[in-house]
Design a binder for this molecule. Structure first.
Ligand code: PAP
Length: 381
């Protein structure tokens, strides 16, 4: 992979940091990596040859990667073929999601020599924690699709803190929350800073919505059916009926995955962690049990500052999600939809509300309005 050792020389010259005391990190182009992940990222950059029908999942750490892996793998498996596995086999019961959907810089290009992926059947499904700017050019240039998942930063941090604490002995106890929080706020952790990671993908997804689907953990939690249907349609594998969606959601649920033998007893060979560490509570707003009010306020401020003007909202969304859970009311999609459709003349939010309110009244204000717009030549074609 690196016969002349040039990657090591590059690594030696990079700024150094650490997370959780003893996890060494190096910084390159604004992002922090474990040295072996950066070596693999460099190999991946040189060797990975994306195909037009590849699907690449992407995420910062602890934002729902394994849930997304399970969902996409199952969606693709329904259509059978390729390396995804045979239809109707309960493959999630056999292996952890990260076995089926390998992370390029953690589980593929850490092999030396780099593996030859050309023999894999299409469609191939991979995952990456790499920031958009560090992706191989072939991913950016090919027609392959990407799905990015993110989560509100407070739950992301708390999930990360719990995860890395499972590596510590009872004598060591939990790593000081304040220190871990400081690192998170400064962006010094694997594949951090969080906000730069999220914004890179968010901006690309706005530019290329046909190529990158941007999902939020909270949306998936609150309204899994709509989100999973959206995901399947984006991947070109829409569902035939509602039952199929519901079954797939059940099969990929935290409750089920957590209780599968393979995930209860297995160990992740790549990082020597029990698979059970990947399945914890999955609760939106769990940060309330861990963060002090000052920490919460500080992270909210950083979030508002970093996301200002981007059109992306990770704080309100999470709060709203918690408050509206089970109410059937959706305020964030409406808001996101408004941002995306601004100035297009198209209104999907108020139209939907109007239709709901006028149901059974015999009156149709939405279609009438669209008809008028079309006849006047001011609306969507
Ligand atoms: P990774 O970055 O190490 O791959 P990732 O899967 O992104 O981890 O995130 C783990 C979080 O997703 C955990 O959240 P928590 O600590 O707040 O509980 C984990 O519980 C949650 N998670 C894992 N699988 C699922 C699932 N099927 N449904 C919902 N949440 C899940």
């Amino acid at each position: 992979m690196d016969p002349d050792g040039s990657t090591k020389i590059v690594l030696d010259q990079l700024p150094k940091g650490s997370f959780f005391e003893n996890l060494d990190l190096v910084q390159r182009d604004g992002f922090w990596y474990r040295p072996r992940h950066l070596e693999a990222a460099i190999a991946c950059y040189s060797w990975f040859d994306a195909r037009d029908d590849d699907v690449i999942l992407a995420s910062s750490m602890k934002t729902g990667s394994n849930w997304l892996k399970a969902l996409c793998f199952s969606i693709m498996q329904r259509h059978c073929g390729g390396d995804v596995g045979a239809k109707n086999e309960d493959l999630l019961a056999r292996h952890h999601p990260s076995f089926h959907v390998r992370t390029l810089e953690v589980r593929v290009y850490t092999e030396n020599p780099p593996p030859d992926l050309s023999g894999m059947q299409s469609p191939r499904l991979f995952h990456t924690h790499l920031p958009y700017s560090a992706l191989p050019e072939s991913i950016k240039k090919s027609k392959c699709k990407m799905v990015y998942i993110t989560r509100n930063p407070k739950d992301t941090f708390v999930s990360m803190w719990h995860f890395f604490n499972t590596r510590r002995t009872p004598e060591q106890g939990s790593y000081p929350l304040e220190d871990a929080f400081e690192s998170f706020c400064n962006g010094v952790f694997h594949f951090g800073p969080f906000f730069d990671h999220v914004l890179q993908y968010w901006n690309q997804s706005l530019k290329m919505p046909h190529k990158i689907l941007f999902l939020k953990y909270e949306d998936l939690r609150r309204n899994p059916k709509d989100q999973v249907k959206r995901l399947a349609s984006f991947l070109g594998k829409p569902f035939a009926d509602e039952e199929e969606v519901e079954e797939l959601i059940r099969n990929c649920s935290l409750e089920r995955l957590k209780n599968l033998e393979v995930n209860k007893k297995g160990v992740d060979p790549w990082i020597d962690m029990p698979y059970s560490a990947y399945f914890r509570k999955g609760v939106v707003g769990d940060w309330e049990n861990v963060l002090t009010p000052e920490m919460s306020q500080r992270l909210d401020q950083i979030t508002s500052m970093k996301l200002e003007g981007s059109g992306l909202d990770l704080v309100q969304d999470a709060t709203t999600c918690k408050k509206l859970k089970g109410s059937g009311l959706d305020l964030e999609h409406d808001a996101t939809t408004c941002v995306k459709l601004e100035r297009s003349g198209l209104d999907l939010v108020h139209d939907a509300v109007t239709i709901m309110n006028l149901e059974g009244s015999g009156s149709d204000l939405v279609h009438n309005e669209i008809t008028c717009m079309k006849l006047e030549g001011r609306g969507p074609a």
